[in-house]
Design a binder for this molecule. Structure first.
Ligand SMILES: [Zn+2]
Length: 124
């Protein structure tokens, strides 16, 4: 979760979640803070509560996509992925290879799969 009120911001993660999920959550909330936090006096991003002053639900959906994209770029930079894959290509259908790469990057296999597909680095 992220709560911004005026000049104060707090990010919280669930300690019971897997560390990879905690990292993605923190990166996602950092994305909200940097991309959207300045536009609102009060901004709350916490399931099941989402509140942004003067935001439509469509605007909220767009912000979620942008925060997820920010998190993916922060945790799995395109240049780093290209360098890794240039020395050792990964087969997206090989569960062991994907698990190894995800572990190296400290992300979930799901997040890695989406990132690789979006970058066009693998075919799905
Ligand atoms: Zn969010």
């Amino acid at each position: 979760m992220l709560v911004i009120r005026d000049d104060n911001a707090v990010v919280g993660v669930n300690k019971n979640h897997h560390p990879n999920r905690q990292r993605f959550t923190a990166a996602h909330e950092l994305g909200h803070y940097l991309l959207h936090g300045k536009a609102a006096h009060i901004f709350v991003d916490a399931s099941p509560v989402f509140f942004r002053d003067e935001q439509s639900s469509e605007g909220t959906k767009t912000q979620e996509i942008e925060a997820n994209t920010f998190a993916a770029e922060l945790l799995m930079p395109e240049a780093a992925l290209k360098e890794i894959l240039s020395s050792k290509p990964v087969d997206i259908y090989d569960e062991d290879e994907m698990a190894d790469l995800a572990k190296r990057l400290k992300v979930s296999v799901q997040a890695l799969t989406i990132r690789l597909a979006k970058l066009g680095l693998v075919s799905v």
